[in-house]
Structure formats: structure tokens, C-alpha cells
Write a protein that binds this ligand. Sequence first.
Ligand code: DCP
Length: 590
Amino acid sequence: MSRIIALIDMDCFYAQVEQRIRPELWGKPMAVSQISAGGSASIMLAITYEARAFGVKRGMSVKEAKKVCPSLEICMVPNLPTMNKADLSRYKSASDEVFDILTKQESIILEKASVDEAYLDITEAVEIACNAESPEQIIERFMAHAAELFPSTFIADGEDEKLESDQRLARIIKWLDEDCRMDSLQLNLAVGAYLIEKIRKEIFTKTQFQCSAGIGINKIIAKLVCARHKPNQQTIIPPQFVAKVYEMTPINSTMADLQMVPKEQILHEFPEQSIWLFKIMQGNDDEPIRPRLQQKSLAISKNFPGVYKLRSVAGVEKWVTNLSAEFSKRLYEDQVVNQRTALNLTISFRNDEGFYNKTVPLNSYVNIGIINNLLSFMRSYNKAGDKEAWHPPIKNISMSASRFREGVDSQTKQITLWAEKAIQRSLTPDESETKPRELNEPVTSKCVTSTEAKKKRSDSFKTVDHIPQPSTSKQSEQPELIQLDSDDEIGYEIVSSKNDNDLKMERRPFYYRDVVNDEFNENYNEIQTSVNDSTMHSEQNPREKDIPLSERSAIMSRYMPKNLDDLKNQEIKDMIEQLPEDVRQVSAQM
Ligand code: DCP
């Protein structure tokens, strides 16, 4: 049986999250905006469809947006308490809610594509549904109740965009009656569309969020039509219409253009990729849905565009410290939630002359280690004569942790919890003692729903709200990057824009943006391989066996600073003092 794949994409996601918090904004032209680096301007990130009708576009400034839509309501992305950096935790929590629903669906394979997008391989679920009734019964039932069973489905046939709503239903009934009766693949697509209608309804009922979907025989095709009838609708693309829809879809003009190129030329120009390209051109794409919810790396990145470039030692140190503290906190959180430990740290920065990076073993999650590593690496590139200056100025600082091994030993758990609390307090020295903050609140099903798996794994641990690491650059400064969501395995980012008015920018994985540096990509590939290796050898997980003291101490030492005096935070010092004597002594000697 041919595969049936769906792509579900939340509509104007951040905007819906804000609308749920302020229900009076449902149905209104509104946008979510974020202060750009340096705090001077504010750009639109998510725009409701009501506001899009006025011409409000992503990347516009507040002023530009208000000009085209004076009634526009604007919600700001909150900032992290002590940093000029956005706090995306509420959007991530909302995303978790959606993914909780998706992971609970039976007989589907789920692949998280971004914070608000997922591919679903529903082949098996379709097969099960098809086995429960005869094809005739299914078709009769679908035709008799089409309005109720397919309230928001379109058939992409090249004419679908012109249809009025009554014509939409008539088209579905005709397709069921003619094509689905003749062809089991088309019937499978119809059953798939029916299942996706149900899943989208469930998402809406449980979260109040609307989403759209594309349903086809592979990922590319599902992606191609997912946005065709946004918002809150879904599109099936039967194979016979793929070529026509490709041709008519502007974002895939490349694919339509490829159809015009003689096959010999493609073979000559792209010998390696030709088979794949031919398949894609015909709408065939064998890439499987990879079950994936846990990212393979954690990253944090901050851009300093234009006038915000870092030109002083103090500025660089301040940002390295802030980012390291935040990164460290995320590592601890990941350790608690995912019960795994990162072994590699890649530190990188960009200045006016180039992009530099280095991968080192991640010996400790304590942020002082991360700060020192990054600073000493960066200092070797500071050519300023003046000892307070930094030259060439810094445009981006990034850190990423990768090569995870399974497990966190029990002593580390204690440190993790203590350090986590300490870091939270150090981020909010004035408030946390006196009044409850969102960060310190226990996770509740209302504000954060972590997945079942996470819940099971974290047993006695409380997770804290996720602190993500967005970074933005001004749209006008090209080719500056906008990093969307660096903690997804592939955090998408905008890498290019042909002109200021065309915001249909290319998206590609976070790690491949800096093709300027082959060494970096080589490292990344190596790390990826190692990740697979380490998961294959999960029996080495120290939780699983009674490890001898020397080995336990070696593991501990990775989490312990070499010198306790390095620790500025009294609470972490106190915590280490309370560790079992044997562990403390042996670790201190290492
Ligand atoms: N986002 C961001 N910066 C960008 C692009 C997007 O922070 N440059 C955030 C805001 C979006 C969310 O990611 O709400 C999802 O992005 P999408 O591209 O899926 O766009 P939307 O969900 O906002 O709208 P659509 O309905 O077109 O999918």
C-alpha cells in the first residue's frame, strides 16, 4: 500500500497562543511582535489571518503594520528576566500540548518538524480503518455525510482555489464517487483526510488552537499543499494532480522549472542527486517519517546585527556570561527531562572577518566552565590594540551541546536539581524569594503539559518552564539571519530573502546555515554519528549497574568544577558540601 502522509501546521501559532491568553482577541486583527536586538525596533513574527487581510506581513515594523491596519492589536513576546532575550516558553508549552495529543494517536508515526509543524505517517491507521468496512461502505458513508465528515477538506486539482464553499463539498462528493470507487489509493487518501479532520478537531477541542493540513503520498507533497487553504482547512492532493499543482505553486517554482530541463542535463549537472530529483519531479519522495520528538542537540545563539555588534571586552563578557548561564540552565533542564547527558560542546562566533568554531568535550554543565571555554577561544581572535576594545566586532555568539549519552547518575541528579534552583535564583535575585514567578511554578497540566514519556522519565523531578533561545536580526539587514527555534533538532531559520518585499524566505536546518566552514559541518556529522553510536550502547548507562567508586567519581568529576573556589554561587557550594564524603573527596582530587 502506498504511504499516506499528512503535514499538520498550526495557524499563526504564536498569535493563537496569545489569543488564548487574552480571549477578547480571538477573531481580531492582531500580531505578535518581538523587540529586535538592541531593543529599539519591534517586528511582526506571527500575524492573524484577519490582520493579513489588511496587508500586515511578517517582518514589518509596528509602525508599518499600524499604517496598513490601524486597528491592529499587538502582543509582545515576553523577555527573559535579566536578559534582552525573548522568552518563548509559553509557545513551547503550547506546542507540547499539541504534541501530547499527536503522540497519543494510535497507529501513526510522528515526526516533529518544528515547534508548530509535524509530519504524520498515517498509513497504518488508514489500513486499519479500511479493514473495518468494505470500500463501498466507506464511500457510501463518506458521501452521505460529507459535510459533517469533511467540513474543511479541499481536493487540490488546480481549480480548487476558485471554489465557493458549496462547490467545495460537491467536488469532494464527485471525487469520492468517481475516483475513490475506481482507485484504492484515492480511497486511502479520503480515509486519511477523514482521520486528519478528526485529529485537527481534537486539537481544537483540547487546546482551542486551529491548524491546517496537507494530505498526500509523501512528505514533499503533503508540505506542498498544507498551506493551500489556510487557515483551519486541509487539502488532499491526489497523485494525478501533483504535476499541475507543482507548476501552479510559486514557492515550488524551482520544481516546476526543473520539469522543463532535459533529463540528460539533470543527469550531467547533478549525477549524484538525479534519481532523487526525477522522483521528486514526479511527486515521488521515499523519505520516511522518522519518529522523533527529542532533539539531537541543544543550541543557543544570539545575533548582534549592525549597530549592535559587540565592540568592547565588557560587552562580549556580558553576553558570554548571560548566554552561558542560560545555556547551562537549558542543559540541566534537558538532563532532568530527557535523562541524558551531552558530551560535546561546540562554541562558535562570527565577527566581521568570518565564522569560527571549536568543539570541545563538555566536562561540566556548570556555566563557569562554559564561559571560560568560550571566552578564551574568542579572546584569541581579538585584535584590538586598546585593552577594553574588541576588534573585529562580534556579530553572533552560539553554543551547542551534542553527542548525548543516555542517563544521569543519581548523584548528578542532586546537583542538577540544586544547580537548577540556584540558576533560577541567580537569574531573578530580587523576585524569586518574595513572589511566585512563572519559572518557579510547578508544572501543571494547564500551563505546561509535558509528554507522557517525559512525565514518566522525570518521576520525582519537577520540570521547569522551558527557556528557549530565540535570536532575531533586523529584517532590513541582509543577509543577517533570523533564528527561529534553536532548540528543535533542526531549528529553522531564514537564511536569505531575494528582496525586502518577498518574505518567502528559504528555510534550512540550523546547522547547515554556516556552510562557510566545512570543518564545522564535518564536526557536526561526526557528532551525529556518535549520537547514534551512543544510543546503540545504552547498556553502558551508569544507572543500570552498580558502578565502582572510582568510576562513579570520574563521572561525577564531569559535573564538578575543578576547584570549588571557582564557584561563585554559595548555594551550589553548599550543595557540593552536602554530597557524600567519598564522592566529594575523590572528585576534589581529580
Ligand atoms: N516565527 C518566528 N520568527 C519567524 C517565523 C516564525 O518567531 N521569522 C514563529 C512565530 C510563528 C511560529 O514561529 O507563529 C510558526 O511559524 P510559521 O512559519 O508556521 O507561521 P505561523 O504559524 O505564524 O503562520 P502560518 O499560519 O502561516 O503557518
